[in-house]
Design a protein around this ligand. Structure first.
Ligand code: FE2
Length: 376
């Protein structure tokens, strides 16, 4: 059953105790940051932005920041084995560690969330250089994932203190990726509602959509999901948990291979999904394949769309409609060897939902991959 919270009047009278300006950056802990950054430049069209490591006074790690429009990814690797980052990579593989959120007041964000029960990851901490100051604070969320609050209103530098500009002779063109649309977390059995409560109580988010196992099930497997959104809608975190089916849920497979709860996918927005996905495929990004029968009755299901059907069908782009418009979306295969993190590419044309009408086709595609891995 799908429930849209419509009590906007009540929402508007309550002050948002955690005003968020959007996603600041996503930081990945990886086995080889230099090569990961190269991959995201080559395959996804990011540009070199900033570097931190021994040469900039950071002794235990190296970090590469890359940017494309409003998207900033940071790839960080430990330089020695005796290091918490190394432990993280040993356990989870290459993974999203930090979902960093831009705020106007990082000290207040930390205070407001910790007094409401968040476990502190980083007390408010000021970094300074000649370009000004960045104040960071952070709290733990599901698994070993962290939300960092980044206050950069008094900073004019390239990324943040500790980093220097990273100039490269290799600058592949953009693929038109614009910003983070949403980030999905996979949590354990019966853990969705506790994490929904965490986002409600600790961060002031609202549950804007709910999908139960009758919405998200195939012949074989099931999952449940609730979409959490902050007050202004800039930050959306759907939370998935596995549900009982005849066979193993894709969320269970993730939890097994990730060895715990973590970020399942990051959805990246584009204004021209056909062009973006064509570019990404030509650069080697692999996407889930959808049977061509999906397109046979597409127009009956979603009505008129601006795009030509043929390129959508060739690329495997999915379409769904809600009361406010439609959206186009496609899902990559996992971007590392463990069947864990993947990306969604999404173009919204009015729709604010998440492609409920595509769940069955999508999950059947995921199951075909799961089966090939022997994990269904
Ligand atoms: Fe998604």
């Amino acid at each position: 059953m799908e429930t849209v919270v419509s009590n906007t009047a009540a929402k508007n009278t309550v002050q948002d105790f955690l005003p968020l300006e959007g996603t600041d950056h996503v930081e990945f802990y990886v086995g080889n940051a230099k090569q990961a950054a190269h991959f995201y430049k080559t395959a996804f069209g990011f540009q070199s932005l900033a570097y931190a490591g021994p040469e900039t006074g950071v002794k235990d790690r190296a970090s590469y920041a890359v940017r494309q429009n409003k998207l900033t990814f940071v790839f960080t690797t430990p330089l020695r084995s005796q290091n918490v980052l190394a432990d993280h990579i040993y356990k989870h593989g290459d993974a999203v560690k930090i979902l960093a959120l831009k705020v106007n007041d990082a000290a207040d964000a930390w205070k407001q969330t910790t007094i409401r029960g968040a476990k502190s990851y980083l007390e408010p901490y000021t970094l300074t250089d000649e370009q000004g100051e960045v104040i960071l604070s952070g709290i733990h969320t599901y698994g070993e994932t962290v939300h960092l609050f980044v206050e950069r209103k008094n900073y004019t530098g390239i990324f943040m203190p500790g980093y220097r500009e990273w100039k490269s002779n290799y600058n592949p063109p953009s693929t038109g990726l614009l910003y983070v649309d949403h980030c999905v977390g996979n949590v354990g059995w019966n853990q969705m509602n506790p994490w929904v409560k965490f986002y409600e109580d600790v961060m002031g988010f609202r549950n804007i959509l709910t999908f139960d196992d009758t919405d998200i099930s195939t012949e074989y497997s099931a999952l449940m999901s609730k979409v959490m959104s902050n007050g202004n809608g800039f930050v959306k975190f759907p939370i998935n948990e596995p549900a009982e089916g005849k066979k193993k849920s894709q969320v269970e497979e993730y939890l097994d291979y990730y060895d715990g709860e973590g970020c399942q996918h990051v959805a990246l927005a584009t204004a021209d999904i056909v062009q973006t996905v064509t570019d990404l495929q030509n650069r080697g990004v692999e996407f889930l394949k959808i049977p061509s029968s999906y397109y046979d009755d597409l127009v009956e299901r979603v009505g008129h769309i601006d795009e030509d059907m043929q390129p959508l069908k060739e690329l495997g782009i999915l379409v769904d409609r809600d009361e406010e418009g439609y959206l186009l979306q496609i899902f990559s295969k996992p971007v590392e060897d463990r069947p864990t993190l993947f990306f969604e590419i999404i173009q919204r044309k009015g729709a604010k939902s998440f492609g409920k009408g595509n769940f069955k086709a999508l999950f059947e595609a995921i199951e075909r991959e799961q089966e090939l891995r022997g994990n269904l």
